[in-house]
Design a protein around this ligand. Structure first.
Ligand code: PEP
Ligand code: MN
Length: 338
């Protein structure tokens, strides 16, 4: 249920209504908008009639039921797009944030050199996997804690904040202690205990779409994180599985306008895992920018031929510089700041 408050409510009144909502068995989430404040009361929908007593409060304008199964993620609760800030990087609204870096952290030289060079080209965040979810148990699984330390070193040397994946619920605190944003990958989009634990941790979350997840299921996963109190969620479309096998996955570019219609959360595109082939990364990135996406996450490696993971889809540094140049020239189209 959305509790719409009258304009000019004091903080004390808002707190008192939040307490009342809690007493009625729902969790209150205050959403401070430009025009007015609303309180989202989330809980068991079958019991929502108990909230009707709040209509008697002189500061409450009206109660509006949230029609979608996802509540805090829905556009109904917040009309304006959420702008998610991770240190100097912004995603959403008029901001187009670019995240770049290798699939996995391999060595100090590799990650520090990449961080410095992608920053110079205009990236706002660094990516790099320390814990890798691999299809084969025999493939490189990541440098784990050592990888996290190297990411911290790269952040110190470059000034770029970083995002890295957490695979297990038990590792949320370990990864969360180092990283600026937790990535929850395609394979874990419905790992509900991971979603809850990451949502409780409090750092921003990059939530990838699963390869066979519908948009509604994906938004329900975002709801798990939001309902734990995490407000800073960025969605990432990374391609879905279809009958087509010329590309690794099929980029569902239509997810961008659909998400923007249904949710206030920003959505970025991962052309690397969608295409799986480096020649397709630039055209898919331009499509992302043209259709109003809020950013990109791109795999970049100083020597893609030597990459331990996802080399064929990784851009080298000059290719990334060229991509950023063209994106800058396209950014006026959607009035997005790169
Ligand atoms: C990744 O970003 O390194 C990754 C494994 O992506 P996905 O979860 O989308 O496959
Ligand atoms: Mn990868």
């Amino acid at each position: 249920m959305i509790i719409v408050l009258k304009q000019g409510c004091s903080k004390k009144t808002i707190d008192a209504i939040m307490k009342h909502v809690e007493k009625l068995g729902f969790s209150p989430h205050a959403i401070i908008g430009v025009e007015r404040t609303v309180i989202g009361a989330v809980g068991d929908d079958r019991e929502r009639h108990v909230l009707e007593v709040l209509e008697a409060n002189p500061c409450v304008e009206k109660l509006v039921p949230i029609l979608q199964p996802y509540k805090l993620a829905s556009k109904q609760i917040r009309k304006e797009p959420s702008v998610i800030k991770v240190k100097g990087a912004s995603f959403g609204g008029s901001h187009f944030g670019v995240i770049a870096g290798p699939c996995s952290v391999e060595s100090e030289k590799q990650i520090v050199e990449t961080a410095i060079k992608v920053k110079k080209a205009g990236a706002r965040m660094l990516r790099g996997g320390a814990f890798k979810p691999r299809t084969s148990p025999y493939s490189f699984q990541g440098l784990e804690r050592e990888g996290l330390k190297l990411l911290v070193k790269a952040r110190e040397e470059s000034g770029l904040p970083f995002v890295t994946e957490v695979i297990n619920p038990e590792d949320v605190e370990l990864v969360g202690e180092y990283t600026d944003m937790l990535q929850i990958g395609a394979r874990n989009v419905q790992n509900f205990s991971l979603l809850r634990r990451a949502g409780k941790f409090g750092k921003p979350i990059l939530l990838k779409r699963g390869m066979s997840t519908t948009i509604q299921e994906w938004l329900m996963s975002a709801e798990y994180v939001l309902s734990e109190g995490c407000r800073n969620v960025i969605l990432c479309e990374r391609g879905i599985r279809t009958f087509e096998n010329a590309t690794r996955n099929t980029l569902d570019i239509s997810a961008v306008p659909v998400i923007h219609e249904r949710s206030h959360l920003p959505i970025i595109i991962d052309p690397s895992h969608a295409a799986g082939v480096k020649n397709y990364i630039a055209p898919l990135s331009y499509a992302a920018m043209a259709c109003g996406a809020d950013g990109l996450i791109v795999e970049v490696h100083p020597e893609p031929l030597k990459a331990m993971c996802d080399g064929p889809q990784s851009l080298d540094i000059p290719e990334f510089i060229a991509l950023m140049k063209k994106l800058k020239s396209l950014s006026a189209f959607n009035k997005k700041k790169l």
